[in-house]
Design a protein around this ligand. Structure first.
Ligand code: ATP
Ligand code: MG
Length: 221
């Protein structure tokens, strides 16, 4: 999909969402489709990490998390999976991923990294976090009415890069932060793991093929 800016046709951009996806769930997927419905991105790509940097090591094999993300996106042509962090192995630094994607798509196309407010709050702990904005925009999704206080370095970062309108995400390739409030779905991967561990139902929290995969392989027991 393309839009016109100052008479020039510009691509409207690619959205990506990184995560551990241990497992992927309807909170992730609902966020993805709401973003796609509100913005004119050409698609949204989920990028499961190989080894999370700020979380304990997932109990599953990386390939099992990847497999579940593939099952989850198979029902919507606008969603896809990028396995580059799996292929790269080692700790999954987002700055490496964004730099690589930027090199592939060239300098002009908007690249938008979607992340939850909880992840955004931890940004100052990420490797070379101030560089992320050189490669992509940050689209932070939060629940209505939740305006947390940022630590000072994050608040300065926001002052420097906060967009005045969401339209800016589609007019520049990178360099803006936008906060979008979405319908909150109070689902987390840790909640699903805890339910499965207690042998309670995880139905309706995640896509049926992902639930079937977990049951078939007896995961999170
Ligand atoms: P955990 O419970 O282990 O922390 P999680 O459910 O937060 O897992 P992640 O894979 O860590 O899942 O999250 C990937 C991205 O999705 C993060 O940016 C996170 O903020 C966001 N996210 C997670 N759950 C939701 C949700 N219910 N609604 C919107 N965004 C979410
Ligand atoms: Mg989380």
């Amino acid at each position: 999909m393309t839009i016109e800016v100052d008479g020039k046709v510009k691509a409207s951009g690619l959205a990506i969402m990184g995560g551990t996806f241990d497992p992927v769930h309807n909170g992730h997927l609902r966020t993805a489709v709401e973003i796609l419905d509100r913005f004119r991105f050409s698609g949204l790509t989920l990028i499961p990490c190989f080894q999370p940097v700020h979380k304990s090591r997932p109990s599953l094999l990386p390939r099992q998390r990847l497999e579940m993300v593939k099952l989850a996106v198979s029902g919507d042509a606008r969603l896809s999976v990028d396995s580059r962090e799996m292929d790269r192995e080692g700790p999954s630094y987002t700055v490496d991923t964004l730099r690589d994607i930027r090199a592939e798509i060239g300098p002009d196309q908007p690249l938008v990294m979607v992340l939850g407010m909880d992840s955004f709050l931890s940004l100052p702990m990420w490797l070379r976090w101030q560089e992320l904005i050189r490669y992509a925009h940050l689209l932070v999704v939060s629940r209505p009415g939740w305006e947390p206080d940022f630590v000072s370095e994050l608040s300065t970062f926001c002052e420097n890069y906060r967009a005045k309108s969401s339209h800016e995400l589609q007019c520049a390739p990178s360099g803006r932060i936008w906060f979008e409030t979405l319908t909150p779905l109070a689902i987390s991967s840790s909640m699903i793991r805890a339910l499965a561990y207690k042998n309670e139902s995880i139905a309706y929290l995640l896509p049926e093929p992902v639930q079937a995969y977990i049951e078939q392989h007896q995961l999170y027991r």
